[in-house]
Design a protein around this ligand. Structure first.
Ligand code: SAM
Length: 326
């Protein structure tokens, strides 16, 4: 069992498969995109599988694939089945923007993936286009509906609500949780990359109030084994769920169980700190598994008790969300 200095059990690894993305969400990337990693600096699939095997040996039981956009990486349809075939994992899941979801659902199902998170900041085609800079709402929505019809569960829809941009859709998302089995997750905007100042920040408390005023009380659900930091609720008679991930207004660091691996092989103990340890160079210099285990243990050892946002010497996060994977 992998545990840190504060007795938190570390059993969850989020792997960013690529820094490339096929959307340019206004709060995440500039229109021209970010400077891309060189291909040779991105971990190869066999390196990722080796890291996953070592992580499992150490006690990692859950892996989530993210990006950039994980489904744009060439060969992902061959990699995912190899990853899910590794012994010792209880859960492999995926976070995607949904643009290529429909085309990959059979592969995901055959690989044993049941849980999918789709980032969807708007239910309106034109607002979706404004936020993502691409007119892909219809194909994303088709992918979500097809996933539902194929029995994927839960399908979580992750939404970052920004004042003046999509805050007028809070009730539409609430209605969706009433009528459909989707798990709506409101994620508070974090001060990373383009959002260093979170100018459009909307606290989840305001969203919750608007939902309760319109649809009535939110009944707590859970906790379930895959809840993570979300506080989950259901409306009376609702088919879906509402969840709040409130990194800023309610820190959940005390229950953080995760490490993150960036596409270029940095292991990050905390999303909101600049601390990292490198795995790529040691792997390419021929380090043995025992040495890589030491590197993993070091990442766990330096995991901070809490994100440093409120500390006096806080240095803003240098990495962009698209390179960390959220
Ligand atoms: N392309 C995939 C997707 O769209 O889900 C995975 C990568 S994307 C960077 C992961 C998540 O990070 C998305 O749900 C996105 O909304 C979220 N995100 C990006 N910047 C953020 C910020 N500043 N605060 C909170 N969430 C953010």
């Amino acid at each position: 069992m992998l545990a840190d200095r504060y007795n938190r059990r570390i059993n969850y690894l989020r792997i960013s498969l690529t820094d490339r993305c096929n959307l340019r969400c206004i709060y995440c990337m500039p229109p021209e995109g970010e400077r891309k990693l060189r291909h040779r600096d991105i971990l190869r699939y066999e390196e990722l599988l080796r890291i996953a095997r070592i992580a499992i040996k150490l006690g990692i039981r859950k892996i989530r694939l993210t990006g950039g956009e994980p489904l744009v990486r060439k060969g992902v349809d061959e990699f995912i089945p190899m990853l899910t075939a590794l012994e010792g994992l209880d859960d492999v899941s995926l976070t995607t923007n949904g643009v290529y979801l429909k085309d990959n659902l059979e592969m995901l199902k055959d690989s044993g993936i049941k849980r999918i998170n789709v980032s969807l900041d708007s239910l309106k085609r034109l607002n979706f286009k404004y936020i993502t800079r691409f007119d892909y709402f219809n194909r994303v929505w088709e992918g979500i509906e097809k996933a539902r019809d194929m029995g994927f569960y839960p399908i979580k829809l992750n939404i970052v609500i920004m004042k003046g941009i999509n805050d007028n859709e809070v009730l539409d998302f609430g209605r969706l949780a009433m009528e459909q089995p989707y798990h709506i997750r409101f994620i508070e905007c974090m001060p990373i990359g383009l959002q260093a100042n979170c100018t459009a920040f909307m606290p989840n408390t305001e969203i919750e109030k608007a939902l309760v005023d319109r649809f009535g009380p939110l009944v707590p659900v859970g906790p379930g084994k895959n809840d993570g930091p979300a506080k989950r609720f259901r409306f009376e008679g609702g088919k879906g769920e509402i969840g709040f991930i409130s990194a800023i207004s309610h820190s959940f660091c005390h229950e953080c169980n995760r490490l993150r691996l960036t596409a270029n092989g940095k292991l990050l103990p905390c999303l909101l700190s600049n601390t990292e340890v490198d795995l790529k160079d040691p792997i390419r210099r021929g380090y043995l598994d025992e040495d890589l285990i030491e590197i993993f243990l070091k990442a766990v050892e330096i995991k901070p008790r809490c994100h440093p946002l409120n500390s006096e010497n806080y240095e803003s996060v240098q990495r962009k969300m698209c390179s960390i994977g959220g």
